[in-house]
Design a protein around this ligand. Structure first.
Ligand SMILES: Cc1cc2nc3c(=O)[nH]c(=O)nc-3n(C[C@H](O)[C@H](O)[C@H](O)COP(=O)(O)OP(=O)(O)OC[C@H]3O[C@@H](n4cnc5c(N)ncnc54)[C@H](O)[C@@H]3O)c2cc1C
Length: 379
């Protein structure tokens, strides 16, 4: 293995980049194997796109979360239960997705002859049967964050991987702090990797795949309505002429008279004039919701906006093996983009798969000689 060069760098067995659901799950599982783990997160709080959203109607998930009632979802949840040590009760609801057209609701049966660029992403949400869960991503990341005992650095952005031969030997945080780890688990958007690894570390065709893939940025609107708008449990696929669709669901009306709905539409990643596009997408969501439910914004209590760059798209079939890059031997990428199951389910299943590949903790020379010992990391 390549030699670590900087004597000042902090040393760990495993560096995990990104404290969303995937990174937190990785941190727990790898810590349990006896690894000395450092989890870094660029934001002040953990959770990523699964973090809690506080609203005037109580806590909600950060943006729309839909769990299709499929064997894969059950498998992902079964594994998750073993990590968070908690049962996740599942209630299956059946409600055919709806769309709104010509002044009335109709079953959603696809987009017909209309050109819809985000169709493959949208279809993953438009399910007939989905699961309502006793706990949701916001609860899982909270529990994982509370029970993680390894080293943690928040407000720490991975800005550069220094590669020697085929190994990442150092990682720079916020441009200056140096971290050494025998292995790196990358649980942040993989589209960042070409910039982080720099020229020459990965072949041009790999760089191209990560740069130019079909990625989308999600624009999300959570609405707290001042009154009960509908008791429909159906996934709504709302679309005007020449528009990309808006997907959303209504939560059950609350006893205090409030009702929450969550909506999402997608814009191409890396648009030159992104601010304008986001503003346009938000207007579109509101227009489509108002068209379907005229009184939806009467007595509006709250709106929450969330924009997640590059959150949707696919890298399926682009890398062999998935989640690894050629010529970088100690990097594992955990991302739903490598899964044929989109979104949270894909993220959980990919994390499980990659963790299976990582296996037990690496054995150090000193441990072989002296037996196991505890390493305390300065956070
Ligand atoms: C709005 C929205 C709606 C969704 N709806 C659904 C749905 O309905 N159903 C469903 O199943 N799934 C849904 N998903 C997807 C699901 O939330 C994600 O697939 C899953 O949570 C991804 O988790 P993750 O940990 O891989 O990534 P993330 O949650 O994106 O976490 C990545 C973390 O890495 C951090 N980070 C990024 N770059 C760096 C860096 N360089 N250094 C350090 N830290 C970094 C980020 O701050 C973030 O905390 C949705 C996602 C979004 C955003």
């Amino acid at each position: 293995m390549a030699q670590i060069k900087s004597p000042k760098a902090q040393e760990f067995d495993t560096l995990i980049v990104g404290g969303g659901l995937s990174g937190l799950l990785s941190a727990h599982v790898l810590e349990a194997t006896g690894r000395n783990v450092l989890l870094i997160e660029s934001m002040e709080t953990l959770g990523g796109s699964s973090r809690i959203g506080q609203t005037k109607a109580g806590p909600v998930d950060h943006g729309l979360k839909i769990f299709p009632a499929t064997p894969e979802t059950h498998a992902a949840l079964d594994w998750l239960e073993t990590i968070i040590d908690e049962k996740i009760e599942r209630t299956e609801i059946e409600a055919a997705p709806v769309t709104y057209d010509d002044g009335k609701f109709k079953p959603y049966v696809g987009f017909g002859s209309a050109t819809v660029e985000t169709a493959s992403e949208v279809e993953a949400y438009a399910v007939e049967k989905r699961l309502l869960l006793s706990s949701t991503p916001k609860d899982w990341v909270q529990k994982l964050a509370q029970t993680y005992t390894g080293a943690l650095m928040t407000q720490s952005y991975a800005t550069k991987f220094i590669v020697d031969d085929t190994f990442i030997i150092e990682t720079l945080l916020n441009g200056t702090k140096r971290i050494c780890a025998q292995e790196v688990v990358f649980a942040a958007p993989p589209q960042q990797l070409p910039a982080l690894l720099g020229d020459g570390a990965i072949p041009a065709r790999v760089r191209q795949k990560l740069h130019k893939g079909d990625f989308w940025t999600s624009v999300n609107l959570d609405i707290v309505h001042g009154h009960a708008v509908t008791d429909s449990q159906a996934v709504h696929v709302l679309k005007g002429a020449n528009e990309e669709p808006t997907i959303g669901v209504f939560h059950a009306p609350q006893a205090d008279g409030l009702q929450v709905s969550q909506w999402l539409t997608l814009i191409p990643r890396d648009q030159v004039d992104e601010e304008e596009l986001v503003a346009g997408a938000l207007k579109q969501i509101k227009r489509q919701v108002k068209r379907a439910y005229e009184s939806a914004f009467d007595g509006l209590v709250q709106e929450r906006i969330l924009v997640v760059p590059g959150s949707h798209g696919s890298l399926v079939g682009q890398f062999d093996p998935a989640g690894r890059l050629p010529k970088i031997d100690n990097l594992w990428i955990v991302s739903a983009l490598f899964s044929s199951h989109r979104n949270t389910v894909g993220a959980i299943l990919e994390t499980q798969r990659i963790l299976g590949e990582l296996g037990p903790a690496p054995v150090h020379e000193t441990e072989r000689q002296l037996g196991p010992h505890t390493v305390t990391a300065e956070a």
